[in-house]
Ligand binder design. Structure first.
Ligand code: SAH
Length: 392
């Protein structure tokens, strides 16, 4: 076993089960340590704090097992069983819902690993070299969860692993193969493109927020900005919207949205798509045309250094929507930037409201769903924020 010793007094956060060891806390690293190795971390006196995956960077170890100097043989199976039981408890595994997040990294005590389930296919992303090296064991453990009925495991880490590690991961099936790509969320069907789509192919994290939007849709003219797979649009149509327009600057996203509308509501004349830049669209659109607008952009601040510009982006985007929405309209506005706190986001939206001169009330404060749990020792796991606003 290889050991990393911490500097005196640097063990506090590990004793409270925060799973990250920062490079500044380390007193000595063994010479033969390689990225992805299993390593045991001790305090300055040599007492064992935990064991996890080593990697080069500001986070040097992600702890898998606290208070132990080894990882048990059946570690992945046990953690996956635990994760699966939680999703059963949450009532997410049903005939009319076979699409959910099974593993949300630190939130499921599996730092560096994300697994989304789409019917019989699990799509897995490694964010650390250690998880990359463990991929075959994880894939096998997934097939050993009897009630999950996972037949295929697709590994998709080409863009999630640190490129300096030179792991050159290939996106590939580790188990099974392609056998269809339609998943069901709350009774609605979606084509999931895990081969070419963003992330694991679908934003599972907006499920509850889409369901809430459905309840607001009746009789409204809906504008879904940054539509990607058209998730919000499909729910809005089911909710009885008068019309739904979906906007995305990616042609592929617009095609996916069209396909998902056609899958659920073939030939429905209420839906149209626009392959356009969101800011340009908002600038040029008529005022008072829409009375329900969804703003779900990509993360504007991907790291702490980008917070300031990110907040400017959110303010601009929301100002445009406030300026144009019909009186009595509703805005669903989101930020998925981890670096931006809910207070910062709310302040950016408040500044936008003030700038537009509209009177705005908060109806709901939204977050990520329960299949994206946050380990209470690891507040960094919280990332999705949303507000439902009523605009006079
Ligand atoms: N709301 C979606 C997820 C949005 S992901 C859902 O529920 O699934 C962000 C989307 O924004 C991507 O599809 C991306 O193509 C699109 N996008 C990024 N920049 C854009 C821009 N400037 N204008 C319009 N769309 C943009």
């Amino acid at each position: 076993m290889k050991y990393i010793r911490l500097k005196p007094g640097k063990e506090e956060s590990l004793l409270r089960h925060h799973p990250w060891v920062f490079s500044g806390a380390v007193a000595s690293l063994p010479k033969d340590l390689e990225e992805g190795d299993i390593v045991t971390v001790t305090d300055s006196k040599g007492n064992v704090l935990g064991t996890g995956h080593y990697q080069i960077g500001s986070i040097v170890v992600r702890i898998l097992e606290f208070g132990a100097d080894r990882i048990p043989e059946d570690f992945f199976l046990r953690r996956l069983e635990n994760a699966f039981r939680l999703r059963q408890t949450l009532g997410l595994i049903r005939e009319d819902n076979n699409c959910f997040r099974l593993v949300h990294g630190e939130g499921d005590f599996l730092p560096g690993l994300v697994i989304d389930i789409y019917g019989n296919t699990a799509v897995m992303q490694a964010h650390s070299p250690g998880m990359h090296f463990a991929r075959h064991r994880i894939a096998e453990a997934l097939t050993l969860l009897p009630e999950a009925r996972i037949r295929n495991v697709y590994y998709k880490s080409e863009t999630t692993l640190p490129y300096k590690a030179h792991l050159d991961p290939e996106n590939e099936y580790l188990v099974g193969n392609y056998d269809g790509n339609i998943a069901i969320e709350n009774g609605l069907q979606f084509n999931i493109d895990w081969l070419k789509g963003q992330k694991t192919g679908f934003f599972v994290d907006q499920r509850e927020n889409r369901a809430l939007l459905e309840k607001f849709s009746r009789g409204r003219k809906v504008l879904n900005m940054f539509c990607y797979t058209g998730g919000f649009s499909v729910y809005a149509i089911r909710g009885g919207a008068l019309s739904v327009e979906s906007v995305d600057s990616s042609l592929k996203a617009v095609a996916l949205t069209d396909a998902n509308i056609a899958l659920n509501f073939p030939g429905d004349p209420r839906h149209t798509t626009h392959d356009e830049d969101a800011f340009k669209f908002l600038n040029e659109m008529e005022a008072d045309k829409y009375d329900l607008i969804i703003l779900d952009p990509p993360a504007f601040a991907k790291h702490r250094g980008a917070i300031k510009n990110g907040l400017i982006g959110y303010r601009k985007l929301n100002t445009k929507a406030f300026e144009k929405i019909k009186s009595g309209g509703i805005i669903f506005t989101f930020s998925c930037s981890q670096a931006i706190t809910k207070e910062m986001f709310r302040l950016a939206v408040f500044s936008a409201a003030a700038k537009s001169g509209r009177k705005v009330r908060i109806l709901h404060q939204l977050t990520q769903p329960a299949d994206h749990p946050v380990d209470i020792s690891h507040p960094e796991g919280e990332y999705l924020k949303g507000l439902v606003l009523y605009v006079e």
